[in-house]
Design a protein around this ligand. Sequence first.
Ligand code: UDX
Length: 474
Amino acid sequence: QQQSNTKMNTPNPPHVLILPFPFQGHINPALQFSRLLISKGLRVTLIVYAEITTELTQGQLGSLAVHFLSTHDDEEEEPAVQAGGFGFLDRFAKTVKKELPRVACEIERETGSGAACLVYDSVAPWALEVAREMNIPCASFFTQPCAVDAILYSYYEGRIRAPITDKEEKFRVDGMAEVSLAVHDLPSYLHDEDDEYAPECLALLAAQFSNVAGADWVFCNTFTALEEKIVHWMCNKFRFKAVGPTIPSIYLGKQLSSDDTCHEYGLSLFKAQHSPTYLKQWLDSQQPKSVVYVSFGSVASLSDKQTEEVAAALEKLDRPFLWVVRKSEQDKIPPGFVEDTSDRGLVVTWCCQLEVLAHASTVCFVTHCGWNSTIEALSMGVPMVAVPQFADQPTNAKFVEDVWGVGRDGEEKAMARSEEIEWGVVEVMEGERAKGIRKNAEKWKTLARAAVADGGSSDRNIEDFVDELVNLQL
Ligand code: UDX
């Protein structure tokens, strides 16, 4: 395994504050990006807004400092957070605006090192103003792929109008004109008129571009080889740097430091039901390339009907499976399913997904195609059967099948159908098409590793950023 060099040896390295959006799919890449910066010699404090993340389970964090920002409750009259509601957004912004400058001063007093930069989640564009008030440079961090960002940018600039009502319309988007997109391939909020939150979500996503040209850097959790043309297009527009995959480097064949051996890095909003040892033993006991891994991420909530369809597919497939059904979703599992399939299947409330994807017995991933899950599977060379639900997931699924050639996308989005899952799994496992899919999966795995290896495209982009910060401090 390659070990990265700590290149800086100054007593007072630049101190970077990283502010993720307080959701699992945003905390994970921010945390791993923090670890990459630390491996280059920077100090990093991850700023986690605690209202939504009250039950975080803390894994190994090494030298990463985490500061939890408590809700600023001077104005308590606002209602409590509703599931799926946006009440917390204002409080998140208010709290960060008020508390972050004070926290930065506290950190400076304690460590002698003032904040040198604020890296904020792109869906919190108001943080740019916070950085300006603190008189420090800042970077916007996009946690979705460039393809999705390019589509949303087209919407922001008025080239795509929403809600899209002509369901037969086809789209070609600047930066990726070679890909023809059907309406159902676009982020759901552009066309899903049944989703009551769509207008709010779309406004939030469009706002990412409202001041991004003013950011000193724009980062994205992707890698150049994966989205080459769009990355170049982005580089012509912004001070853009692809820095992904921001997944624990140990899974990409790179050790960040001599004690970087633990796979349990993270801050998890969900508790794994079994110990990593139990899960490993279960996976070890399965045949190589036999287990179908199924997960719909941290947010998607399948209907009872969709959950039944997934269960029916797993029953008919008659293969080993590991199915993550979050605690809040468990009562949707058809009665008797867990018992009837216990000889070959395991249903868990949460697990360490990367351990599963990296395991030799895993053969494919039935996924909602959240961006973290997608880039994790791409990086581990695991073929995917896409069952996208909402947000960027349909676009990621389209790319999984048509652009990267690493899986099957469903005919109808936001709809799990038992036959489709069954055929999808068979298709990515057996026959001529499966051979091509496996070959592509290996190719992207190799390219993902090359991007983060010392001197690889993402590694160089991170080093350039570190050098620029150091120079600013001199
Ligand atoms: C959300 C949106 O749904 C997604 O579309 C967007 O791209 C990011 O924000 P989420 O639904 O959580 O994300 O999916 P995903 O992006 O795939 O992130 C889930 C993360 O949780 C992954 O890093 C995955 O490894 C981890 N995970 C998931 C576990 O560690 N254990 C599990 O059991 C399931």
